[in-house]
Design a protein around this ligand. Structure first.
Ligand code: ASP
Length: 426
């Protein structure tokens, strides 16, 4: 009997065919077939349609799931303990990530001896980066309906936590509302599973589009820079995340990486932590993390914890400093660690924002912002990889925190229980 292909395998086939198809389209002459029918026709409908479909679920899922999670938390003490631990792990892993990136940058010297004058085509347009005060104030929604409508993640988190905690405090009186949210949560999860059935086609189109439109000329001169970023990202996964999961939970790493493959396919093809959120939450709950933890730590992580982005920023600082022949002192390194950690908090989980917050890090140590223009050409490819690490960092911390709270079902982690959610991997 023929074995049916699982969703993950289908997604990886989609990625593979997407790369080949994208490179073929890139070689085609411009015209109706390439531009109108393929790039702006079929691939756009499939790719953008898929992203919009998963994005459609982000706000309802985060809201409903977080209200459910915090209303079943029992007491505020537990919520603040989980919050404290999560923030601790998020900040520490980001600071380690950026230090690792600086170390790799110093060892590899990505910008030494390069003449990049040919690559500077135009001055980069750099958006405004937010200050810490703005970030804190922007967390409080003056109108929660507006926050939901515009998808302001931190505001939604604050409002959902307040609602859920209040429900938990009034006990039985909140039962009808609790039941409503529990049922809505199940429905949202089902919607995620349904939309994921489209993933192989959507991801195929997104990858094909990226490869058909990326300028590969830039890659050759930036190969050392790209290698340094990818190496630091790999070390973060292999040493920091694997190490912390092993040390703090003593679990085998295999189930984690195996289930994470579905999340990675989304982060890789969309380069957006936010878009991946529904699948991230579903995957971590499938791995046995209780909803009360996952629903809180993952949306928070997708918004404030960007280890991969911090790594890119660390390597970029060294690269730009070497290109312009600027010496970085120990003080500059410490400043980079501090500002890149803060920049990670202020980086939204959407494509390309890491480049904008990089300006804040460069300014803090007096490096020229024009340097951003040099690395922009390869940023989309690196964004795909760093977003995957951003989200993996959220998942690794979530696993550790849920385990420390006794909110991790180990038999589910090892896939021993057949839950409904397992169906997504079937
Ligand atoms: N694309 C990244 C994310 O969504 C953010 C960035 O580094 O640009 O996680």
């Amino acid at each position: 009997m023929k074995k049916k292909l699982g969703l993950t395998s289908k997604i990886f086939i989609g990625i593979f065919i997407g790369i080949i198809f994208g490179l073929i389209i890139k070689g085609m002459p411009s015209g109706t077939l390439k531009d109108d029918l393929l790039l702006n026709g079929i691939l756009k409908v499939l790719g953008t349609g898929f992203i919009s479909s998963i994005k459609m679920l982000v706000v309802p899922l985060v809201f409903v799931s977080l209200v459910c999670g915090s209303s079943s938390m029992g007491d505020i003490k537990k919520l603040s303990r989980i919050g404290g631990k999560t923030l601790f792990f998020y900040l520490i892993t980001t600071a380690i990530a950026i230090s690792l990136a600086l170390l790799v940058g110093i060892l590899i010297n990505p910008g030494a001896g390069l003449d990049m004058s040919g690559l500077i085509t135009s001055k980069p347009t750099i958006g405004e980066s937010q200050s810490l005060t703005d970030i804190i104030l922007a967390m409080i929604p003056s109108n929660p309906v507006q926050a939901l409508a515009s998808g302001e993640m931190l505001q939604i988190i604050v409002f959902s936590l307040l609602l859920g905690t209040s429900m938990s405090m009034i006990g039985e009186k909140a039962d009808p509302v609790r039941k409503f949210f529990e049922s809505a949560n199940e429905i949202c999860m089902k919607m995620v599973s349904l939309i994921m059935l489209l993933a192989p086609y959507g991801i195929f189109a997104l990858i094909a589009n990226t490869f058909a439109t990326t300028g590969f000329e830039a890659i050759f001169s930036l190969i050392k820079y790209m290698f340094a970023v990818l190496l630091a990202l790999a070390l973060q996964v292999l040493i920091v995340y694997s190490g912390m999961i092993k040390i703090f939970t003593r679990l085998s790493l295999k189930p984690f990486f195996k289930k994470f493959a579905n999340v990675a396919a989304i982060t890789f093809s969309t380069a957006s932590s936010n878009a991946a959120l529904p699948v991230t939450i579903e995957t971590m709950e499938d791995l046995g993390v209780d909803n009360s933890v996952a629903s809180f730590t993952l949306p928070l992580g997708a918004t404030i914890n960007m280890d991969g982005t911090a790594i890119m920023q660390g390597v970029a600082c060294i690269f730009i400093a070497q290109l312009y022949g600027i010496d970085l002192t120990i003080g500059s390194f410490l400043t980079i660690i501090l500002t890149a950690t803060l920049a990670s908090v202020g980086t939204a989980g959407v494509p390309g924002v890491g480049m904008i917050t990089l300006s804040m890090v460069l300014t803090s140590v007096g490096l020229p912002l024009e340097g951003i223009g040099l690395i922009m050409g390869v940023d989309r490819l690196l964004d795909m990889a760093r977003t995957t690490v951003n989200v993996m960092g959220d998942c690794a911390c979530t696993l550790v925190v849920s385990n420390s709270e006794g909110e991790l079902d180990k038999s589910m982690y090892y896939g021993k229980k057949e839950g409904e959610l397992v169906a997504i991997n079937a």
